[in-house]
Write a protein that binds this ligand. Sequence first.
Ligand SMILES: [Ca+2]
Ligand SMILES: [Ca+2]
Ligand SMILES: [Ca+2]
Ligand SMILES: [Ca+2]
Length: 491
Amino acid sequence: MKKLLALILSLTMIVVTVPAVRSEASTIYTIQGSSASDDTLVSNQWGLENDGSFTVETQKSGYPGNPFGRRNGFVFGMFSGGWSGNTLTETLQAVEGIDVNAQEAWDIYAEAEETREVIIALIDTGVDYTHEDLKDSIWTNEDEIPNNGIDDDNNGYIDDYYGWNFYNNSNRVYQGSEDEHGTHGAGTIAASIDNGTGVASVAGNANVKIMILKALGGSEGSGTTEAVVEAIKYAEANGASIVNLSLGSTEDDDELYNAIAGSDMLFVVAAGNGDSRTGIGTNNDSTPTYPASYDLDNIISVANISYDGTLDSSSNYGSNSVDLVAPGTYIMSTTPGNDYGYLTGTSMSAPFVSAAVAMVYSYFTDISLADAQEIVLNSVTKLDSLTGKCVTGGLLNVAAALQYDLSELSGEGWSEAELREIEEAPSFGFGNMPGGDFGSMPGGGDYWGRPGDNSWYSPNPGYGRGGRSGGGYGYYYGPGYGFSFSWGYGF
Ligand SMILES: [Ca+2]
Ligand SMILES: [Ca+2]
Ligand SMILES: [Ca+2]
Ligand SMILES: [Ca+2]
């Protein structure tokens, strides 16, 4: 029985990343007058500079199908005149100044006499590294000769020139359309600025490179924590200092915790997109999501602010466990095949912060990563709408971070990360199973079951684990047996 449980455990250690795609059709109006750069789509990027003209008209009427369509260009929600009647039209206008002050940040950074190269490991789906707006910002392993079938740098990975694919266990870090999520995040971090095409980004003109570590894939954008952990080890061994994790699960996992706790890298993590049944963000303080909610010094947890200056309704929050917010609603960025499109979710917010920390760490060449983290968190733009929603109560402000007075730094660091003992889960106990046939498993940790509450869960006392996010299944086990379904949510 124990061996079988171990097998179930290893098969169900799953983390997922799926953007919180909108289910309604929408029209985007952008009439911004002045562009911050000559990138053709930059007027759609309210997160960089927001003059208040960005507007989304939403028409709700059970529009079937994927509102993102083919995502060819920036025309979003291509519903035609054939679709009419019973529509509810809502218009939401942007609020000027709800942005990360990118233009000013670019100008400040450009004046630096000296910068250092910073590598951000993007542990996600793959990335289209041939994309016209990304190809100049992709890390390559200079000690590896590509395509010769030899592990030239002796790091255990053959021909890992662009990173590694831990999902398929190969060196092919771009697999096509399933790699949209990572490609989109990469564009927010470091799409080429002022190259006359596509989008701009936070750190596209900075000394920042993206290491592509594909750990998620398939139509659901899911993967095992084992793959994520291996990717973390690769990142640290091959020169990354910041890890972007736009992924998560309501299921806790000791190995993931230990990998982060034992690392000297900084992890920027999406706070999560709430409950898929209601579409409403949840409180990570009381309903943790992992790894965002781990109480570790080297984690920054990021929530999603909308263009009107309020927390997006789908975003998780937490006055103790979520650090700050960054733009995450209708974010325009790169998608596979030289394409561009909007996505929404905390997955879109985290890359803004990863890029910002990287810029700060690159710009101030003598500070530690913990210092860079402190600078970014202490230089947010505080907003009344965020009171009680996150630790800082503020929105990422990259320009303010680059103007930080270094004499204000506390000097406290976390360079020697320490492992925390993980308490072993009890093998029996009492408690209520969630109500209903399809109740969500409680977030994270161990769950104590009571016999007879829901007979198809388990006839015996035992404990379960939180259901996976992303609409898959959770599991429940104990001295008896059991299995339960859980509606999850994407990131
Ligand atoms: Ca601004
Ligand atoms: Ca190698
Ligand atoms: Ca080679
Ligand atoms: Ca561009």
